[in-house]
Design a protein around this ligand. Structure first.
Ligand SMILES: [Zn+2]
Length: 251
């Protein structure tokens, strides 16, 4: 599906047995396991080596892996079985070594998502370190700092995709729909969410509308993001994450 994942590089022939051999007697040497040392650095490898050809497809493929593991976790009856279900994650990604990533970053998608503890983008998209540029706040709102961060992602890091992701059971949207008193700062937080709401909307619809409203704000309030979208350097999409199924659907 257009991922063009870099195949992992195998070692240069060094073995752990060879490295530790000088420390051991002959008898110990015979027992030493022939462990391979993975010298995974290649001369032409850069932080951009893991960029997929189709970032949106890569996100959705990663989410398919997460949802499959999550649904196995949901039906497992013991803690050990749940851990086993989730252990299938982080095995298919494109991983770069720290020596390469100290030279820079080239995330291939930016995610504006909620701070909710159940909505971690790196998990939801089965992503590797350095894949995603993530901005989170309760209600996935396009606050000034969020937009500025996304501008940095697009203008400096050349991130080609922004996904604004709402999620089921969003407490920030529920608070915005409610009339219960909030602290002054929480009132500020829900104010832009309230601007996206209609009284007749269900919670799920309100969450999707709020994510769509935030996505529109990005280009309405940022010339950098608007120009990048017009030039074809940036795609902005809206999605909805369902906590029970683990699935992300485009809105
Ligand atoms: Zn939320």
């Amino acid at each position: 599906m257009g991922l063009n994942r870099r195949s992992f590089l195998l070692g240069s022939g060094l073995t752990a047995a060879g490295l530790v051999g000088s420390w051991l007697g002959e008898a110990d040497r015979a027992e030493a396991a022939p462990l391979k040392v993975n010298t995974a650095i290649q001369a032409d490898e850069t932080p951009r080596s893991c960029q997929p050809q189709d970032p949106l497809a890569a996100l959705l493929e990663g989410n398919e892996r997460f949802a499959a593991a999550w649904q196995s976790n949901n039906t497992a009856t013991t803690m050990a079985a749940r851990a086993e279900a989730m252990s299938s994650l982080w095995t298919k990604g494109c991983y770069l070594p720290g020596d390469t990533l100290t030279t820079g970053q080239a995330p291939w998608a930016s995610i504006l998502s909620c701070a909710d503890s159940r909505v971690s983008p790196e998990w939801i998209f089965d992503a590797a370190p350095a894949d995603l540029f993530v901005i989170r706040s309760a209600g996935n709102t396009a606050f000034d700092n969020a937009i500025a961060s996304l501008e940095f992602g697009v203008a400096t890091l050349h991130t080609p995709l922004i996904m604004v992701m709402g999620h089921s059971d969003c407490g920030a949207v529920k608070a915005a729909r409610d009339s219960a008193p909030l602290t002054p700062l929480l009132e500020q937080l829900v104010k832009p969410i309230r601007a996206s709401l209609s009284p007749e909307n269900t919670l799920a619809t309100a969450i999707k509308r709020n994510a769509g409203f935030a996505a529109k704000q990005l280009t309405q309030r940022s010339r950098v993001l608007a120009d990048a979208e017009v030039d074809g350097r940036l795609t902005i999409v809206v999605s909805y994450f369902d906590i029970r199924s683990g699935k992300v659907s485009l809105v």
